[in-house]
Design a protein. Structure first.
Length: 393
């Protein structure tokens, strides 16, 4: 029997006891959170190891919300979620949920306790952030129900705050032109031009290899993404099956990337190197990936120089979708290009753009439908025969 201690925060320690393999052959672990100095955590771990050595296990009723969250994060989440999701869940649990709700025993957790936390959190956080906390907590408590730790999910009885819908920032055609002019002499111009021309996410663009670019058929294959986690860049598979896709290029983008490759080949030739299919399309001369944070920082400076305030790199993706919709592209085509899970999600995300296109749509319909013909009132409209006939109808 063995265990470990991990520091999770100021005077907060997570204990982990390895119990061996379960009936399904998978490792089983027990997690517990201890508050205090490290000596307290070491003492509690020794106590747990001694109890397990005697064949005793802690009562399920003694499990706290912190214990459940740690067990859920290290088990279900770590096994089934993408790295960025894992990091986000860990951060939310450690910074918000565990400090405020972690000390409650699961059997004593009531909806009113959760509601009180949401009310307190809304004083310093946006409703959208608190809603995210709710969804995370609800999933963890659902896991607790599945494991038999609690009989019901108290989060099911809580109504989370409703976030205010925030309209996304999209660029007009003239603003895109201003941005590209401001960026034309910048090292990151190829990345920016590709983003606004394809709708790809930043991580998808920075993860592209030359084997993913088909100039002849004017298409890009998205097979992996570049993620930066805790200062380390790594390439991973797309988060969802819909994100792994083949995206058509505009003729201008295909021509641009073709010329860009020729420039890179000349540069590599001067250095005595050649470009391989697995080399990054947008990378350093040494073959290393571009830092996503550095790209975003430089983009913000370029946008500001172009007179575009509060524009993020990700807004180029929204701009791509907006311009496509305004030019009459079908939502299904846009949804597939963006890698969305469904057309319904695309329509909901860009509903404000679609609403603004109603007048144009009505004008197009007006070109198809014939003009209405004014009805001619019958000669006997005022006669007793006409009145009786209408009454019978």
């Amino acid at each position: 029997m063995r265990g470990s201690i991990t520091k999770r925060g100021k005077k907060s320690w997570r204990l982990q006891v390895f119990l061996g393999k379960g009936p399904d052959g998978k490792p089983e672990r027990y997690f517990e959170t201890v508050r205090g100095i490290k000596r307290d955590a070491e003492s509690r771990l020794s106590q747990l190891l001694a109890e397990y050595g005697r064949g005793n296990t802690p009562s399920r009723g003694s499990l706290t919300v912190a214990d459940l969250l740690n067990q859920w994060l290290e088990g279900r989440v770590r096994t089934n979620c993408a790295p960025r999701t894992i990091e986000s869940y860990h951060s939310t649990a450690e910074l918000h949920l565990i400090p405020n709700l972690g000390h409650y025993q699961l059997r004593h957790l009531q909806p009113s306790m959760i509601e009180a936390y949401y009310s307190k959190a809304c004083e310093s956080l946006s409703p959208k952030s608190v809603l995210y906390h709710h969804r995370l907590l609800k999933q963890a408590l659902k896991y607790g129900c599945q494991q038999g730790y609690i009989g019901r999910n108290p989060a099911d009885l809580v109504k989370p705050p409703k976030p205010r819908r925030k309209l996304m920032r999209t660029l007009t055609q003239s603003e895109v032109a201003d941005l590209l002019i401001a960026a034309q002499d910048n090292h990151y111009y190829p990345v920016i031009y590709t983003a606004v021309s394809s709708g790809l996410r930043q991580g998808e663009i920075l993860g592209l290899r030359w084997r993913d670019i088909d100039i002849a058929s004017r298409s890009i294959s998205v097979n992996r993404c570049l993620y930066k986690r805790r200062g380390i860049c790594q390439f991973l598979e797309p988060k969802t099956p819909h994100s792994r896709r083949r995206v058509a290029m505009t003729p201008k983008l295909a021509e641009f990337l073709g010329e860009y490759r020729l420039e890179r080949e000349r540069l590599f030739h001067e250095l005595g190197e050649t470009i391989a299919l697995d080399d990054l399309v947008f990378g350093t001369i040494e073959g290393k990936p571009l830092d996503p944070g550095v790209v975003s920082h430089n983009f913000a400076r370029i946008a500001k120089r172009a007179g575009l305030e509060n524009v993020r790199f990700h807004d180029l993706r929204h701009t791509f979708a907006s311009l496509m919709l305004q030019r009459g592209a079908k939502p299904k085509v846009i949804s597939e290009a963006l890698g969305h899970a469904s057309v319904a999600f695309t329509l909901d995300t860009y509903s404000h753009i679609i609403e603004g296109m109603q007048e144009e749509a009505m004008a197009l319909l007006d070109e198809v439908l014939p003009a209405g013909v004014k009805q001619i009132t019958p000669k006997y409209a005022n006669s007793e025969h006409y009145v009786n006939t209408q009454a019978s109808i």
